[in-house]
Design a protein around this ligand. Sequence first.
Ligand code: AMP
Length: 213
Amino acid sequence: MRIILLGPPGAGKGTQAKLIVKDYHILQLSTGDLLRENRRQATALGDKAQTYMDAGDLVPDSLVLDMVEVEFNKPELDAGYILDGFPRTCPQADGFDGLLKNMNLQLDHVLVLEVPDAELIRRLTARRTCPECGHIYNLIFNPPQSEGICDHDGVTLVHRSDDTEVTVQNRLKVYQEQTKPLIDHYEQQGLVRHIDGTGDVQAIYQRIRNVMK
Ligand code: AMP
């Protein structure tokens, strides 16, 4: 199974991807996570990506496509994957179409998580993540048991540097201008399933399961 998860920042792509991974035994590929890992390890790519990410702008397509191409050659992805945060622009979608064609593979679903802007801002500014296991918390509706500490491994939670209100506003604008047009791109391929991304995490996941039947 090969799935793309589309939706604005804060729509819950990472959270839902983790639930899908467990049930469908496929891997999650998050370009945001890969880029953050490159930054942590101070690779050349991480250094190049830093200023774009801090401003909430997109990292140039050529860098992202090169990074992703390496990932797609890994045998672990043969069983399928869910893409979270990729593709994000029309050139990325075209590049990915070409890659799939060369590998003789097809996509199964493009899931579009829909959440109103006001809710996205509320979610993102209150979001905290565990740098160790990647678990995502929200101080308002899904806080950890002890303040600032991951329930799973006791590691101190972090507030992503691009989850501040000013950067979040820019990320939403970038989504509208550069990523939303991809919905049309995949509508033409008959792959798009719209999902109401509001409410309880499990309720949203049930909606996803229903459209994937
Ligand atoms: P995310 O964790 O998906 O919200 O991504 C965080 C940041 O990483 C984005 O705001 C971009 O700066 C960068 N990024 C992640 N994925 C991509 C992509 N597919 N294309 C360009 N930039 C990306």
